[in-house]
Design a binder for this molecule. Sequence first.
Ligand code: HEM
Length: 205
Amino acid sequence: MPAVPLLAFSWPPEAYLWFKTLHIVGVVVWFAGLFYLVRLFIYHREAEELEPGLRTAFQNQYGLMERRLANIITTPGMVVAVLCAAGLLSVNPAWLHQGWMHAKLAFVVALLAYHAFCYRLMGQLQHGACLWSPKQLRALNELPTLLLVIVVMLVVFKNQFPTGTATWFIVALVLFMAASIQFYARWRRLRAERLAAAGGDGAAA
Ligand code: HEM
């Protein structure tokens, strides 16, 4: 009599679609958290320009918001996205033999490193030891956008990935982001100068 494997397991036919649904939901939640987390870091650092009484109150509040966002939204989103990705691969392990998946996994490792780095920055901010300026944090905040665009292109185009067009697209995106950051920094500086001048006039009047 042939041996019957007691632990033989096969996924129900719709399991793949469930994993994919939850994978996409996890990815959306993860990115929403990552985008807003570094924005809070920027406000946290900018609060250093406030007068001492207000500064402590604002920084405490930003610290609390950062911890809650990271622990209640961003990390759980990441866990759901990664666990469901593992589910997708266990239902269809053939993906693991394809080039686009290897590239995707490499960018996902970069994204996980970014996630861990955000926790490190959050710890430094809590202790008043963050050396990143608001402008540098704004530039850092563009990194997940780039990773998102690349990973989504990989998963949509798969082995038909349009390397040439995609490279131009990414270069244009990076230039646009760099120009926006410079433009915004200049606009803020000019506005601060205008406000200071208006304050000076008011005092003289
Ligand atoms: C943890 C590593 C990851 C693995 C192993 C993984 C694996 C997969 C697999 C196997 C699919 C199904 C592909 C298909 O059925 O056509 C998929 C879909 C998808 N993944 Fe991931 N993924 C990972 C992380 C991510 C991340 C970080 C993002 C976003 C930046 C992402 C975005 C998507 C999207 C948008 C789809 C739906 C694509 C479609 O239905 O055409 N994945 N992923």
